[in-house]
Design a protein around this ligand. Sequence first.
Ligand SMILES: [Zn+2]
Length: 212
Amino acid sequence: MKKILLSVFAVAIHAMVFCQKQTVPDQIHAAARKLEPKTILWRRDFHEHPELGNREFRTAKIIADHLRSLGIEVREGVGKTGVVGLLKGSKPGPCVGLRADIDALPIVERTGLPFASKVKAEYNGQEVGVMHACGHDSHIAIMMTVAEVLAGIKNELSGSVKFVFQPAEEGPPAGEEGGAPLMIKDGALENPKVDVMFGLHINSKTEVGVIK
Ligand SMILES: [Zn+2]
């Protein structure tokens, strides 16, 4: 997991940094290495405390508090439980969007990991186990780390970076709206308008360092 996190995360940062200075990639690598233990702790914490689509209240609060601590402008409650952060660089330029999904699945965890989920919740009228079985815990931790790295080099950034933490990627509960369409309806991609958007999804079958 450690290797997966570091490589996906390094690629994610590279994908969105559009600055000219040669020293910046080195700064990014150094910051990523330094933050990696925190990334792993975040991922394990989210793994142990998963929340179903449109119910990501604890998750969203941790994300919003972290972004605010970095001086990033934050909008909460976007598309119900979504969080949008805006990091403004020091020079004019495009707005690059980065997206991470934040919801878990109605699945009982049987991994036996020390940070395994014991969470139960009500889902479409039934009691279910809840588990980050799709990797969204990693996506949140990676993007919180990317936000911290980029906030540390904001004077080198041309344009802005919009961090879109999206709820209910697996679909909202029956009878509810949610996910990307509701976030878009709620203005997630406006003010400023997002010029280009990147997302990532980890996959245990893909080699470390490979993007498909
Ligand atoms: Zn997924």
